[in-house]
Design a protein around this ligand. Structure first.
Ligand SMILES: Cc1cc2nc3c(=O)[nH]c(=O)nc-3n(C[C@H](O)[C@H](O)[C@H](O)COP(=O)(O)OP(=O)(O)OC[C@H]3O[C@@H](n4cnc5c(N)ncnc54)[C@H](O)[C@@H]3O)c2cc1C
Length: 436
C-alpha cells in the first residue's frame, strides 16, 4: 500500500507523517532544492515562508484551539513547533531553522517515508494508490494546469511577508523590552511619539511599491495586508491596529508611547527579529529608507526584505468532501494545505492532518473520520467543502466557523472557553477511535 504526497510543506509533511504512522508507505515529492517558489529560501522541508509565529496559544482563540486539538492527536508539526519555540508572550513562535530541521530529520528518518526530490507536473492517482496534492499557494506551471483540468480554474489573492532585521543592529537605547499588559518581556518595542508616527505614516503611504503582475484587482488577504495598504485607509489606522500602544509602558519615560512597532524574536538568542505586522510590497530600497525612520531602527540591517506573492487556491466548495478533503468526483485524489482555501500555517497543517488520516483510513478499509463542525479541525474542512456563497475566500480558523453552544453564555471569553472544552472532549473520543 502506498500514498503519494506532493509538496513537503506544512500540510504535506503532516499528511505524510500521519499516513506513515498508520503503517502505509509514502512517496513524498518535493521540488526543492532543484526548484524553489519565489517565497521559499531554504532547502529544508516544512519551511515557514514569512512570520515565525503560529499565533495564539490560548484556548479562547481559534488558532489556539486548533493547535491544542492537533497536539492531542499527535501532530508532527505541533510537536516540532513546541520543541523549537522561542519566547513570544501568549503566542507560539518558533526558531524557523530549528523547526524545519527537526521536521526534516523526522520525515527523512521514517522508514515508511521516501522523500523524492522531483517536481511533479501531472496528477496520477487511483483509488488503490491515492495522491494528496499539498503544493501550497504558489503552485504553478504544468501541475497547476493539470489540477485545473480536473478541479476547474483556481482563484487567487495576494499575500505579503514582513522583513527580518538583525538583533545587533538595533539601537537598544531607544528600543525597550515588554509584552503587552506586562505578560513577560518577550517582545522588543520601538516607541513613537506623535510627530514620529505621522511622519512615518506620511513616508510610508508615499513610498514606491514593487510592480506585481495581475495585481490590478488588488485582492489581498485581510489578515496579511501590506502595512502600506493598511496605512492608506486612514492616518490613524496603524495606531489603532498593529502599532497600537495599549498595555505597553516605556519604563524609561514611565509613559505609554503614542504608537509602538513591535519586534518578535526569530531565535532564542535574539539574533534576528521580525517586524510584527509589517508585511509589505514596498521596493527593497524603500523598505530600508522608510522602516529606518522607526525609532531604534535607524541602522537596522535587513536580513530579509518583505515580499508579496500571488496565492492560488481552488474553488473548493462542493468539489471537495467536507470531512476528508478528497475530491468528490475523482476518488483517490485529495488536496491539503493552503491550496484548498484554508489560510495560515496552523490551518494548512490541520488540513494535511485531516487529509492524511482519512486517506490512510480509507486505504486500510476503515471508516473515515468526520471531525464535525463541533471541532476546529472539522469546522475548517467543512468551511472549505461547504461554503454556500459565490465569493469563497481563504479563512483562518475562528469561532464563527465552529457550532455555537445550545445554552447562551454572554461573556465572550467564557463562551469560547466552553466551546473549546466541548471541542476537546470530542477530540478525545476521536483520538480513542484513531488509536484502535
Ligand atoms: C508571501 C507569503 C507570506 C505568507 N505569510 C504567512 C504568515 O506570515 N503566516 C502564515 O500563517 N501563513 C503565511 N502564508 C501562507 C503560507 O503559505 C501557508 O500558511 C503555508 O505555508 C501553506 O502551507 P502548505 O503546506 O499548503 O504550502 P507550502 O508551505 O508552500 O508547501 C508547499 C511545498 O510544495 C512544494 N512544491 C510546490 N510545487 C511543487 C511541485 N510541482 N512538485 C513538487 N513539490 C512542489 C514547495 O516547494 C513547498 O515545499 C504566506 C504565504 C505567502 C506566499
Amino acid at each position: 500500500m502506498r500514498i503519494k504526497v506532493v509538496g513537503a510543506g506544512l500540510a504535506g509533511c503532516e499528511a505524510a507523517y500521519q499516513i506513515a504512522k498508520r503503517g502505509i508507505d509514502v512517496d513524498l515529492y518535493e521540488m526543492k532544492p532543484a526548484k524553489r517558489t519565489p517565497a521559499h529560501k531554504s532547502d529544508l522541508l516544512c519551511e515557514l515562508v514569512c512570520s515565525n509565529s503560529l499565533r495564539s496559544n490560548r484556548l479562547e482563540n481559534g488558532a489556539g484551539l486548533l493547535k491544542e486539538e492537533l497536539r492531542r492527536l499527535d501532530s508532527l508539526i505541533m510537536r516540532a513547533a513546541d520543541m523549537t519555540c522561542v519566547p513570544a508572550g501568549g503566542a507560539l513562535a518558533v526558531d524557523r531553522v530549528s523547526f524545519s530541521t527537526l521536521v526534516t530529520n523526522i520525515i527523512r528518518s521514517d522508514k515508511h517515508i521516501n522523500v523524492i526530490e522531483h517536481e511533479v507536473s501531472d496528477i496520477v492517482y487511483t483509488e488503490d494508490e491515492p495522491m494528496i496534492i499539498a503544493t501550497g499557494p504558489l503552485t504553478e506551471g504544468a501541475l497547476l494546469d493539470s489540477i485545473e483540468n480536473v478541479m476547474g480554474e483556481g482563484l487567487h489573492f495576494f499575500d505579503a511577508a514582513a522583513p527580518i532585521i538583525s538583533g545587533e543592529s538595533l539601537d537598544m537605547d531607544i528600543v525597550f523590552e515588554a509584552s503587552r499588559y506586562e505578560r513577560g518581556s518577550d517582545y522588543l518595542n520601538c516607541p513613537m511619539d506623535r510627530d514620529e508616527y505621522f511622519n512615518f505614516v506620511h513616508e510610508l503611504i508615499n513610498a514606491e511599491t514593487a510592480v506585481l503582475h495581475g495585481f490590478e484587482d488588488k485582492s489581498v488577504f485581510e489578515g496579511c495586508m501590506p502595512v502600506e495598504t493598511m496605512a492608506k485607509r486612514g492616518e490613524m489606522t496603524l495606531a489603532f491596529g498593529p502599532l497600537k500602544p495599549v498595555g505597553l509602558v516605556d519604563e524609561r519615560t514611565g509613559k505609554r508611547p503614542f504608537a509602538v512597532v513591535q519586534l518578535r524574536r526569530e531565535d532564542k538568542e535574539g539574533r534576528a527579529y521580525n517586524i510584527v505586522g509589517f508585511q509589505t510590497n514596498l521596493k527593497f530600497h524603500e523598505q530600508k529608507r522608510v522602516f529606518s525612520l522607526i525609532p531604534g531602527l535607524a541602522n537596522a540591517e535587513f536580513l530579509r526584505y518583505g515580499v508579496m506573492h500571488r496565492n492560488t487556491f481552488l474553488d473548493s466548495p462542493r468539489k471537495l468532501n467536507p470531512a476528508t478533503y478528497e475530491a468528490l468526483n475523482t476518488p483517490g485524489l485529495y488536496f491539503a494545505g493552503q491550496i484548498t482555501g484554508v489560510e495560515g500555517y496552523v490551518e494548512s497543517t490541520a488540513s494535511g492532518f485531516v487529509a492524511g488520516v482519512n486517506a490512510a483510513l480509507k486505504l486500510l478499509g476503515r471508516a473515515e473520520i468526520d471531525f464535525t463542525t463541533q471541532t476546529a479541525l472539522g469546522a475548517l474542512s467543512h468551511y472549505v467543502g461547504e461554503y454556500a456563497g459565490h465569493d469563497f475566500q481563504p479563512q483562518n480558523i475562528n469561532f464563527g466557523l465552529i457550532d455555537s453552544l445550545e445554552r447562551k453564555i454572554r461573556n465572550k471569553q467564557e463562551r469560547y472557553r466552553a466551546i473549546a472544552d466541548r471541542s476537546l472532549e470530542k477530540i478525545e473520543s476521536i483520538g480513542k477511535i484513531l488509536l484502535n
